[in-house]
Design a protein around this ligand. Structure first.
Ligand SMILES: Cc1ncc(CN)c(N)n1
Length: 215
């Protein structure tokens, strides 16, 4: 199996865990938990403030100047946050007061994982960055294709947004990964796959932490 095939297999195999995630299950059922959405947005702002500059560094390391990939560095994430915020505001705006401003464990651990990967090796770092667009691009496309997320669902615009942005971005990201994987030895490829796998787990934890009561 090629490196990219293994990469895709990992994503495919992680799907049942995402579908069992209470945050995603709420989306699928069209259930709006205002507190969970406000928490998610808060944590995601923290996450993106660190992740997006790291993403730029990851591309710089390989001299990549793909327009589609570079666009990801902008503030395109504001739009999906506003979509979720609208749902939460309509449901229970008072819930906003009860959320924590502290970094939650999955936020810190996920960012630490990416920073540790950065210290280890440029290719491993690139692999750890891939889960962010890949999980959202894959999950949203799959859930729409499988009829789990339909147009009458209040979360549909959010899913459709990521299907378009992250879904397209990961096509370009995969091309870069394939080219760079061919230049590193098997041990580094293997470490890259592990770094990606761990980042995928953190994506799942990141969704789940918004639902936790002590948040
Ligand atoms: C934690 C996380 N992962 C992924 C995305 C979507 N690129 C996001 N906004 N936040």
């Amino acid at each position: 199996m090629t490196f990219i095939e293994q990469f895709k297999k990992m994503m495919h195999e992680a799907m049942p865990a995402f579908l069992a995630n209470p945050f995603i299950q709420n989306c699928e059922a069209g259930r709006v938990d205002a507190r969970a959405l406000y928490t998610y947005i808060e944590q995601d702002n923290v996450y993106l403030a660190v992740y997006l500059p790291l993403f730029s560094k990851g591309l710089d390391n390989f001299g990549i100047d793909s327009k589609a990939l570079r666009q990801f560095e902008g503030d395109q994430e504001t739009k999906p946050h506003l979509m979720l915020q609208k749902l939460a505001d309509e449901k229970n705006p008072a819930a906003k007061k009860s959320i924590t401003k502290k970094w939650l464990p999955a936020t810190s651990a996920y960012l630490k994982h990416i920073q540790d990967s950065q210290k280890e090796n440029d290719f491993i770092f690139l692999c750890s960055l891939a889960a962010c667009p890949y999980v959202y691009g894959y999950l949203t496309e799959k859930m729409i294709a499988d009829g789990r997320m339909t147009k009458d669902n209040p979360f549909y615009p959010w899913f459709d947004f990521y299907k378009g942005t992250d879904g397209q971005l990961i096509v370009d990201f995969m091309k870069v990964l394939k080219e760079e994987a061919d230049k590193v030895d098997e041990a580094i490829q293997s470490r890259g796959l592990t770094a990606f796998y761990q980042a995928v787990q953190f994506e799942n934890d990141f969704f789940a932490q918004s639902m936790e009561k002590e948040a």
